[in-house]
Ligand binder design. Structure first.
Ligand code: IMP
Ligand code: MG
Length: 191
């Protein structure tokens, strides 16, 4: 009798929200959505690192358009699960994006502060167009009004890790996305 394979739950996860297969399927269909929006035209991807690294790498292989890639590094969390206030640009763009179609990619849209900051900066550089794509959207947590043009999954207000998303720089390499156990969030100072 065939035994159904189940994805093992990582010991630090309370639950799995999206399995590796579910992510793959959704990323593929996001590729189709991008293709519809951009046709065969060229565009410039700006990935917000580190979180968007895995998502961007997979998504850009789902499209056959000519694309340029740049990265911007923003700090917002430190070693906590709640935003530490105003996000800061740690490393800025290197490509010229004036008159270019730009697709900004992030792992998750939470309060909206990070995307608002980066899209404001990009707009000042006069791109031909700007669209935003996020893998996850925690709509209920928005402090700055912002709607992404492409959203992988809408999720509830839970702290999630995996597939690029971290807690204190860990768990980015998990192939699934899951909710981190509450007792592992915000460890005491001596931990
Ligand atoms: P925002 O500026 O509050 O929208 O936060 C966006 C950034 O916070 C994302 O780029 C993530 O790096 C981080 N973030 C927000 N929620 C989570 C989460 O549940 N897990 C891991 N990182 C998160
Ligand atoms: Mg992060």
């Amino acid at each position: 009798m065939a035994v159904k394979k189940r994805t093992p739950v990582h010991p630090d996860l309370e639950s799995i929200l999206f399995t590796e297969d579910q992510i793959k399927t959704r990323v593929k269909s996001l590729g189709t959505e991008l293709k519809k929006a951009y046709g065969d035209g060229e565009f410039t991807i700006i990935a917000i690192i580190n979180g968007a690294v895995l998502f961007t790498a997979d998504l850009m292989r789902e499209i056959d358009n000519p694309v340029r890639l740049d990265c911007i590094r923003i700090s917002s969390y430190g070693e906590k699960t709640k935003s530490i206030g105003t996000p800061q640009i740690v490393h800025s763009l290197t490509l010229d994006i004036a008159k270019r179609h730009v697709l900004l990619i992030d792992d998750i849209l939470d309060t909206g502060k990070t995307i608002a900051l980066v899209s404001g900066l990009v707009r000042k550089l006069n791109p031909a167009s700007l669209r935003v794509c996020v893998l996850l959207d925690k709509q209920g947590r928005r402090e700055v009004p912002f709607e992404a043009d492409f959203v992988g999954f809408k999720i509830p207000d839970k702290f999630v890790v995996g597939y690029g998303l971290d807690f204190a720089e860990r768990y980015r390499n998990l192939p699934c996305i899951g909710v981190l156990k509450p007792e592992l969030q915000n460890p005491p100072e001596w931990a």
